[in-house]
Design a protein around this ligand. Structure first.
Ligand code: URA
Length: 211
């Protein structure tokens, strides 16, 4: 597993406001968009491009454009939706799929309750977005789900990660799968309720209110 922690003063500043419990939802949503746009710069570093001949007002030249097939952005519902806007701004030609996953409270297995994705992801670069990489369980299942459908490369983008979740990803994702993780910060630990500490609380609730 390749881990990139986007270390930048602007990210650190925005993250501090994001974490503050007094930051209202509207500001929280804007900050998530801004942080994911800054993370996208790192996350897309190895996105495939191809030559594109154009003419500027002065001379012909060969520029670059994103290569086919188009990348896909996949937010994990519900909190991942908060990161969609920023990613879609950075890669406006990307397709968007959706993955709804939750833990069955009885069996503790992860169940996929919503899936809006092409069946065949062959050759596609998938950007899987979810703000909080806590236990890692959902992310591990999502990575396997996408890889089984042929994704060529999977880049997970989170705002915060816990060391416990990162360790599980390293140990439990099939080593033949090509994936990397981009985060704005790695926090200290998970508490007994599986919240990231110091974290930012429940990302879904802070984005959309308590349901
Ligand atoms: N999900 C959240 O929204 N927050 C956490 O701290 C952990 C998981």
């Amino acid at each position: 597993m390749e881990l990139h922690v986007v270390s930048h003063p602007l990210v650190d500043h925005k993250l501090t406001v994001l974490r503050d419990k007094n930051t209202p939802s509207a500001t929280f949503r804007e900050l998530v968009t801004e942080i994911v746009m800054l993370e996208a710069y790192e996350a897309t570093r190895d996105i495939l491009v191809e030559d594109k001949p154009i003419e500027t007002p002065v001379a012909p030249m060969v520029g670059k454009q994103l290569a086919a097939p188009r990348p896909i952005i996949v937010p994990i519902l519900r909190a991942g939706l908060g990161m969609l806007d920023g990613m879609a701004k950075m890669i406006p030609t990307a397709e968007v799929g959706f993955l709804g996953m939750k833990r069955d409270e009885e069996t503790l297995n992860i169940i996929t309750y919503a899936n809006r994705l092409p069946d065949n992801l062959s050759g596609r670069h998938v950007f899987l977005v979810d703000p909080m990489l806590a236990t890692g369980g959902t992310m591990i299942d999502a990575i396997h789900y996408l890889a089984e459908r042929g994704a060529r490369e999977i880049t997970c983008i989170d705002i915060l990660a816990a060391p416990e979740g990162l360790k599980r990803l390293e140990q439990e994702v099939d080593p033949s799968i090509n994936f990397k993780v981009v985060v704005a910060a790695v926090d200290d630990h998970l508490n007994e309720k599986a919240y990231i500490v110091p974290g930012l609380g429940d990302a879904g609730d802070r984005l959309y209110g308590v349901v």
